[in-house]
Design a binder for this molecule. Sequence first.
Ligand SMILES: Nc1ncnc2c1ncn2[C@@H]1O[C@H](COP(=O)(O)OP(=O)(O)OP(=O)(O)O)[C@@H](O)[C@H]1O
Length: 380
Amino acid sequence: MNAIRLARTVTKCYSMRSYSMAPCEILELLEAGYQRLAESDSQSLLKKHLTKSIFDKLKTKVTPSYCSTLLDCIQSGLCNHDSAVGIYAPDPEAYKTFADIFDPIISDIHKGFGKANKHPASCYGYGADFPNLDPEQKYVVSTRVRCARSIQDFPFNPCLSEEDYRNLECMISKVLLTFCHEHSGKYLPLKGMDKEVQKKLIDNHYLFKEGDRFLQAANASRFWPTGRGIFMNRDRTFMVWVNEEDHIRVISMERGGDLGRAYERMIIGLESLAFSLKFSCDKRLGNLTFCPSNLGNTIRASVHIRLPHIGKDKAKLEELAGKHNLQVRGTSGEHSEAKDGVYDISNKRRMGLTEYQTIGEMHKGISALIEAECRESSKK
Ligand SMILES: Nc1ncnc2c1ncn2[C@@H]1O[C@H](COP(=O)(O)OP(=O)(O)OP(=O)(O)O)[C@@H](O)[C@H]1O
């Protein structure tokens, strides 16, 4: 059995774990995986920050409630040397137990968010403060705003039992089905979903894809498709993903560039959920999520945008976007390519600033890219 498959077997039964330090078979896998990572040409943040002294300090530790080990945190990065980050939190306590590796990675992803920094309290403000980015619909094809939440007293994906998945799905969908007006809709469980329907929902950018190897290696796809599903309103402008990467992803999307309206719709949905459900939060890190890249206010606001002149050269576009704290992805999300010159451009910063500030930064950055595109096109 290879090391990775063995890791999956070893990390299977969280409910049966009751140890105060990582057992020998986990230590062996960790040592072997660490050695291979150290010898690799991996560019991951895991490799960059997991020094031998931090590794030795953390390798025997386990989290107090779920007995998650360092292997549970880093096995995706050990398997996939091409990971950008390479670490996930198997449960909310992992951020504290394994702070020596999470903190430098968090500070690297969320530039400048050091140990002494504290994520601010939520401040949503008003969507109406952000005028339509592209009223004539020349550039922005569609706008999407999403955030993530974890339900308090539940661990994250790798530690969830099949029953936990069912219970979470039941709790969350029950609340969603009470939503009214623009937010009212249907819950579609993934289990039993017609394959054609599923494909169409994915192709239309509503539903999550399956088979992400980074999540699979992190043990985040166990019991798939049990407990996974999507809630959608009638207009297909408001969605909630259940038990994909996080327990909850609240999503608002629409055609065109009305970022303020999409944001406002997402916040109303989020606040309605928060009325009935308690979320996992940390005083310093903000909302707790499976991947450290999503901590803080958890918002990724994105536009699908056509920038035929400044988008000709992707490296240059990335450089310009970076100056405005924006990230460039392909049309079908992370690890995809741009189709027909349509890029997915989103905010990079979500930690150490409020929701309102994140949307403000995104609004300013996209406006600047549109201005640059106009300038470039008028030169021709
Ligand atoms: N502005 C947008 N308009 C339409 N679809 C979008 C837009 N932004 C993202 N999408 C679609 O949403 C889906 C999910 O994208 P993706 O997985 O990249 O991001 P995410 O849901 O924010 O999660 P993560 O950042 O964890 O990957 C994809 O189908 C993607 O094309």
